[in-house]
Ligand binder design. Structure first.
Ligand code: NVA
Length: 307
């Protein structure tokens, strides 16, 4: 059966561990996997802005022996010129996989339903699961075994990063804390799914509106922009509620002494994180950005080489 990666829990906890193990191997030996030899093409489609995702997928697909077929979402107008299903039927006859950044999770699901090859979520309004694989790889490098460690995210609890951290870190057996202002809390169904996963893996899920309580003793402290792509019109109203949730030296001092700081980037210094912290010694953001490459190569290899 063709498998896709539309949200973090499309990989079981054991499968997530396999992908992370493979990612570490490919980081050490970048050309060890060649599932796209030919080269076969992978359609890489962006309906929203990108930098890290484009760089890491195009580089990674080339490392895997394949050809990254870049499709400009503004030209393709998927779901507007023709249905997502019809687009899927066309691309699936030629490409070996699809990597798609778009708005609606339901469009991604429709693509996966009709395409017949693996579909990878390169960010939607709801989830950013490739970023979480990279973050988990980074945390493994810095902290070793992840099960039982405490992961704290402060900021917009209703965005794609918060939702993916809930599912992905719970799958890794971590204690996940989300600190967010009221009105910006995670979706209830995703929290319930994360709690169900945590019950299996020995992790836990805690929601709070107190950033200090979220950060207290945490092994990892993460944040993301207060204004996600597509929310630019809300930028002014999204400032005040989030100010207490900034990662700054005071908040970081509450975390574990060697706590690792993560940010998926792009970062807005002076907003969700201070320059002192993101450019400081506990920040792992550049390793995190590089690890997109290794994690996504492992994911694509795992999806393509499944029997
Ligand atoms: N929450 C952010 C993540 C950017 C990588 C956004 O969707 O814009």
């Amino acid at each position: 059966m063709t498998r896709s990666f539309l949200r973090d829990d499309d990989l079981s906890p054991d499968e997530q561990a396999e992908v992370l193990e493979l990612a570490a191997k490919l980081k050490a030996d970048p050309y060890a996997a060649r599932p796209l030899e030919g080269p076969q093409s992978v359609a890489v489609i962006f309906d929203k802005p990108t930098l890290r995702t484009q760089v890491s997928f195009t580089t990674g697909i080339a490392h895997l022996g394949g050809y990254p077929m870049m499709i400009d979402g503004n030209l393709a107008k998927i779901g507007k010129r023709e249905s997502v299903a019809d687009t899927a039927r066309v691309i699936g006859r030629q490409a070996s996989a699809i990597v798609w950044r778009t708005y609606a999770q339901s469009d991604l699901a429709e693509m996966a339903q009709y395409v017949g090859v693996p579909v990878v979520n390169a960010l939607t309004d709801d989830f950013h699961p490739c970023q979480i694989l990279a973050d988990l790889l980074t945390m493994r490098e810095k902290l070793g075994e992840l099960a039982g460690k405490t992961f704290a995210y402060v900021g917009d609890g209703a965005n794609n990063m918060a939702h993916s951290y809930l599912l992905g870190c719970a799958s890794a057996g971590m204690h996940v804390r989300i600190g967010s202002p009221s009105g910006y809390t995670p979706r209830a169904d995703i929290v319930a799914d994360a709690e169900a996963i945590a019950a299996q893996t020995g992790g836990s899920v805690t929601l709070t509106d107190d950033p200090q309580a979220a950060a207290e003793g945490a092994d990892v402290l993460a944040t993301d922009t207060w204004v996600s792509m597509g929310q630019e019109d809300e930028a002014a109203e999204r400032e005040a509620p989030f100010v207490p949730f900034q990662i700054n030296a005071e908040l970081l001092a509450l975390a574990a002494p060697d706590a690792v700081v993560l940010h998926c980037l792009p970062a807005y210094r002076g907003k969700e994180i201070t320059a002192e912290v993101i450019d400081g010694p506990q920040s792992a953001v550049w390793d995190e950005a590089e690890n997109r490459l290794h994690a996504q190569k492992a994911l694509l290899t795992w999806l393509l080489e499944r029997p």
